[in-house]
Design a binder for this molecule. Structure first.
Ligand SMILES: Cc1ncc(COP(=O)(O)OP(=O)(O)O)c(N)n1
Ligand SMILES: Cc1ncsc1CCOP(=O)(O)O
Ligand SMILES: [Mg+2]
Length: 213
């Protein structure tokens, strides 16, 4: 296997659904099934925060959701937990600045997808040098889905990274909806990463379609 190409990574980032059972009104299985029917291009299992599962229950949920993604050919990324990603044969891992160091994670995971959160140009450059395939930038807008989120940055942070010749695949995250997604793409993002605009939507498949450009 070899590392994913930048052009393929950019395609996969178009509508990136990030979710754990704690984010869902319906069951996580139905929520993901409907999101897949709507056309999400990438999925991140983020079972974390108040109300989330742990232990065997969490592992079983991960395996079930991974199977749903496999059936639709959508890559399955695990948030934070490199051991879980390796144990279940995930397609990738997403880590932040407070997680295990990106260079070390790259050594452990081989060529599967590595996403790293970056809030500044310096963090973005370091992530790229340490083997990230994409960076997640945000929160772009205010979010209710992450208690310890950094300060809101606005789409300008992506504009400024692109102006400094950062060509790495970028996904914006935080408070993104069908109303403001176009602005995030205009700023230079390759796609949008979303929790609540999909997981809490009345019509989940339709909410995904409205995020696709
Ligand atoms: C696509 C994407 N971008 C950013 C994040 C945030 O990661 P992190 O800063 O490690 O925070 P947690 O999600 O772990 O709480 C993400 N998960 N996905
Ligand atoms: C995981 C994460 N990282 C930065 S903001 C955020 C939460 C995004 O959730 P929402 O799309 O509901 O604002
Ligand atoms: Mg993290």
């Amino acid at each position: 296997m070899s590392r994913i190409s930048s052009s393929r990574m950019k395609e996969l980032l178009q509508v990136y659904f990030v979710m754990g059972s704690q984010n869902c009104k319906k069951s996580p299985e139905s929520t993901l099934t409907e999101a897949l029917q709507g056309g999400i291009t990438l999925f991140q299992f983020r079972e974390k925060g108040p109300g989330s599962m742990s232990g065997v229950e969490r592992m079983e949920l991960a395996l079930h959701l991974r199977r749903l993604c496999q059936e639709k050919g959508v890559p399955f990324i695990v948030n934070d937990d490199v051991d879980l990603a390796l144990a279940i044969g995930a397609d990738g891992v997403h880590i932040g600045q407070d997680d295990e160091e990106a260079a070390r994670v790259r050594e452990r995971i081989g060529d599967i997808i590595l996403g790293v959160s970056a809030h500044t140009l310096e963090e973005a450059r370091l992530a790229q040098d340490q083997g990230a395939d994409y960076i997640g930038v945000g929160p772009i807008y205010p979010t209710n889905s992450k208690e310890d989120a950094h300060a809101v940055q606005g789409p300008e942070v992506i504009e400024s990274m692109r102006a400094q010749e950062m060509d790495i695949p970028i996904v914006g995250i935080g408070g993104i909806t069908s109303v403001n997604a176009a602005r995030v793409l205009e700023a230079g993002a390759d796609g949008v990463a979303v929790i609540s605009a999909i997981s809490l939507a009345e019509d989940i498949a339709e909410s995904v379609k409205r995020l696709r450009y």
